[in-house]
Design a protein. Structure first.
Length: 119
């Protein structure tokens, strides 16, 4: 199997003119199926990373008065951030699965139409 040939063909397909708007519609459906999961994952992941950072700042005394109470609050907030970061990927996978399931029929039908036209 010649991987260079496969790679060259995949790049050429990206630049080949699309004679039908069905390919564009298929790409839009694919993006639509994945967009909710991506938006959630990036937003929630960023927020939880910030929560984790704030917890670290509290526990190290950068924020607050550096007392024992702030250390405990920082550890609690940091653990909440770690839990949030930890559950981000499983939630993303579930949302992605739901999005794919929602648009699966339309995507498969459109892909079959495009492949039948190509033959």
């Amino acid at each position: 199997m010649n991987t260079d040939k496969i790679f060259a063909e995949s790049i050429a397909n990206d630049y080949a003119p699309k004679n039908a708007s069905k390919v564009v519609a298929l790409k839009k459906l694919d993006r639509k199926a994945k967009s909710a999961a991506n938006i959630f994952a990036y937003t929630f992941g960023t927020l939880m990373a910030l929560v984790l950072g704030v917890g670290m700042c509290f526990s190290m005394g950068v924020l607050g008065d550096g007392s024992q109470t702030m250390l405990v609050i920082g550890v609690i907030v940091g653990v909440l951030g770690l839990v949030g970061v930890g559950v981000n990927y499983p939630i993303y996978r579930k949302l992605l699965e739901n999005g794919k399931h929602k648009y699966a029929f339309e995507i498969v039908q459109l892909a079959k139409e495009i492949s039948e036209e190509a033959e």
